[in-house]
Ligand binder design. Structure first.
Ligand code: ARG
Ligand code: ASP
Length: 715
């Protein structure tokens, strides 16, 4: 009995204190919640310096880079800094055996050498606003979820129409705290973004997937782009007449360096976290989702790696795909380890017990919250098998490039007019050229075979695509024979066959595609996805949303002293903390920074990921670090701090107490990757590339001193 009381009391204390360094805060609300605490911890500026609609402020120097990263302005001529891994797809797209920018790096020595990137954009936040009242207008407690969703949808459309003045602005409205609050974001997107510089992968991706998600780290994970605008400084499609964009604000760069305990702040676009998940939700991720997804990806990676190691061509073709798959494969492994070590399920259950007791202690509360946790349990039980099937479908089949390529033709059946189809064929051909550049038929065949096997073995008959019935019916269970047959029959599996088919596109081409096994498979999978899985999953999720909305409301009522931060949802946030070291496991201590010495220790010309470029070796030997060295004359590379970050924060500026740039965020530590679900201040660290190493590489390694001259550097 005594023990029980003790655990509940101690939990109350843990949960109600604002936990140091945890949280991703809404810039608009800093004044209300966090600025005082930030200033107490050393921050020297005001809330208005960070976010304001009345004056140029730090927020004007931060952009969404592409679709999932952050970038920051570092000159008054539109220069932006982000991670190498954020620019990776673009660097890869410009690369070939003749121009292997992945291996050799790329530096535009003048403006006209900067490379255009069709489809790449950066997005500024113009302003944000709390629109909860308007979004929830006319909604009552009695509305069921479907009615509620419909009304919210209508309100959102109305607000969007009122706020988009038909100009360049995009209006986005997003729920916070599971729909307890809503915020509107007005964005402006620039579409002409050019590649300016990227170090070789042996710097920008140093350590590769071996070091990914790990500390100690030595990756020079940065690349540099430039935003172009029309003569009015407004967004425009690519044109050689465009001029470098003039930002309202760009970041000053501090050369003062960092010490343990220094205030740090990360300003960017964290993608998604699930801090308020119940024990059932955590269990589903830990016991079901993660282990299965890890296995599928391990298989994909093994096959790709074998082929990439055997051929430089395949290595270049598959490097970006490989990195994408490897990244979350490794993250999920770390996440599960971290959750286990934290005893996350048990912790969640304790909180839920406490919540239940609190609810039952009052009649009204009991009415509102008493059944909540039982309901959660029921829905998760129902959801788990569907969600697992979805994992298999999306990880093993829908993500395969062959299937996705076939998906490009999904509108093809709507063409009845020959001329219109011939016109459209130009686009198909362009897509195909991009696809086949990074496609190797034998590799794809192996990947496909392996995934068909896994899917057949793991997923119920109800969710098997019709095409797979041939495996038994026609091929006596021989999957290899089945795959060979459809690769042979398909016109989409080699560039030659594709080109022949589209050499003279006609209405007959449409019927050939319509009967292509991969086109048939794609449609089948999409139909399974939509009609068998998502109907059910969406319905269950909408019930879960309602429960979570109530749960978070209840938690807020129960833990009155705690400030709740909303889960990340790819909107602009501030995280703050301090430069800090940590103990990853019992008896092991990790220093908070790394240096070039560590790169030389890892140097191994026989391993692609650790093959230090000669030029860097020379700079190390001669200690030619210029003004970029630290006080001891060492070249710093990365550092760790306790800022709460997640995927999407890559490329985010890490700022010091004066709001000056001290580094670029690019990763988290292996022991802390569970922070998306449960943050732990002792174990969770974000990994930042020291800005001095960036400048050193740009200046001394690449000789792109003209870029340094554009920047505002504070000595
Ligand atoms: N782990 C970092 C992030 O999630 C870096 C990823 C870079 N990709 C890689 N496979 N090394 O984005
Ligand atoms: N590397 C991640 C990103 O690309 C950042 C993280 O997950 O910490 O956004």
């Amino acid at each position: 009995m005594k023990i029980k009381i003790f655990t509940i009391v101690s939990l109350l204390i843990i949960n109600s204190a604002v936990r140091a360094d945890e949280g991703m805060w809404i810039p608009l609300l800093l004044k209300k919640y966090t600025i005082e605490d930030m200033q107490k911890k050393g921050f020297k500026l005001t809330a208005e310096d960070i976010y304001s609609v009345n004056q140029a402020c730090l927020k004007d120097a931060i952009v969404i880079f592409g679709r999932g990263c952050t970038g920051e302005l570092i000159s008054d001529q539109g220069l932006i800094l982000t991670n190498h891994h954020c620019g990776y797809g673009r660097i890869q797209a410009h690369s070939s055996l003749e121009h292997d920018y992945l291996t050799d790096g790329f530096w535009a020595m003048s403006r006209d050498e900067e490379l255009a990137n069709p489809g790449l954009s950066v997005t500024f936040l113009v302003r944000m606003e709390d629109v909860t009242k308007d979004v929830l207008d006319g909604i009552t407690e009695k509305d069921d979820e479907a009615v509620r969703e419909r009304k919210i949808g209508e309100n959102i459309t109305k607000i969007q129409n009122e706020n988009s003045d038909g100009s360049n602005y995009r209006v986005s409205i997003k729920p916070f705290y599971y729909g307890n609050e809503y915020y509107m974001f007005i964005y402006e997107e620039y579409r002409d973004v050019r590649l300016v510089g990227a170090p070789p992968s042996s710097i920008g991706k140093f350590g590769g997937d071996t070091d990914n998600w790990m500390w100690p780290r030595h990756t020079g994970d940065f690349s540099i782009f430039r935003i172009y605008a029309n003569k009015e400084n407004k967004p425009a499609d690519y044109s050689k007449d465009n001029v470098p964009y003039k930002p309202k604000k760009h970041l000053s760069i501090s050369m003062k360096g960092i010490n343990k305990g220094d205030f740090t702040m990360v300003f960017g676009y964290p993608g998604s976290t699930e801090q308020y998940l119940t024990s059932h939700g955590v269990k589903m991720i830990m016991d079901d989702s993660n282990p299965h997804k890890i296995n599928i990806r391990a298989k994909l990676l093994e096959i790709m790696k074998t082929d990439m190691d055997a051929s430089d061509k395949v290595r270049i073709q598959y490097s970006s795909k490989y990195a994408g798959i490897a990244n979350y494969w490794k993250k999920w492994i770390g996440e599960n380890k971290g959750l286990k070590k934290l005893n996350a399920i048990r912790k969640k259950e304790q909180l839920e017990m406490e919540f239940q007791k609190w609810a039952e202690a009052d009649r009204k509360r009991n009415e509102k919250y008493g059944r909540l946790l039982t309901d959660f349990g029921k829905i998760y039980k129902e959801l788990t098998p569907y969600s697992l099937t979805l994992d298999y479908l999306s990880e093993a089949l829908l993500s395969l490039d062959m299937v996705r390529f076939a998906g490009n033709f999904r509108e093809i059946e709507s063409f009845t007019d020959k001329e219109a189809f011939i016109k459209q064929s130009e686009q198909y051909k362009a897509q195909a050229a991009g696809f086949f550049k990074d496609f190797n038929t034998p590799t794809c065949k192996k990947l496909f075979t392996s995934m068909v096997r896994i899917y057949r073995d793991s997923v119920d008959a109800e969710f098997q695509p019709g095409l797979f019935s041939q495996i038994d019916a026609k091929f006596k269970g021989n999957i290899d024979a089945f795959v060979s047959d459809i690769f042979e029959k398909s016109n989409l599996t080699t560039e030659e066959k594709f080109n022949m088919l589209f050499e003279k596109p006609s209405l007959k081409t449409i019927s050939v595609i319509k009967n292509d096994p991969f086109y048939i498979l794609y449609n089948d999978l999409v139909s399974i996805y939509r009609n068998k899985l998502m109907l059910k999953i969406d319905m269950l999720n909408s019930r879960l949303d309602k429960l979570y909305r109530l749960y978070v409301t209840g938690l807020k009522e129960m833990q009155t002293e705690k400030i709740f931060y909303p889960d990340a949802n790819f909107t602009m946030r501030i995280a703050y903390g301090k430069v800090d070291d940590y103990f990853p496991t019992d008896g092991v201590f990790y220093e908070h920074f790394t240096t070039l010495e560590g790169i030389m220790e890892k140097d191994n010309p026989l391993i692609y990921d650790y093959d230090v470029p000669d030029k860097l070796r020379e700079l190390y030997k001669s200690k030619d670090y210029g003004r970029y060295a630290d006080k001891e004359g060492k070249m710093r590379v990365c550092f760790t701090a306790s800022n709460h970050t997640t995927g999407g924060n890559s490329g985010s500026p890490v700022l010091n107490a004066n709001g000056e740039l001290i580094g670029v965020n690019f990763d988290r530590n292996w022991e802390g990757t569970m922070s998306d679900i449960m943050y732990n201040p002792d174990q969770c660290r974000n990994i930042t590339l020291d800005i001095r190493y960036v400048l050193f590489i740009v200046d001394k390694f690449a000789g792109a001193t003209h870029l340094i001259n554009e920047m505002t550097i504070i000595e």
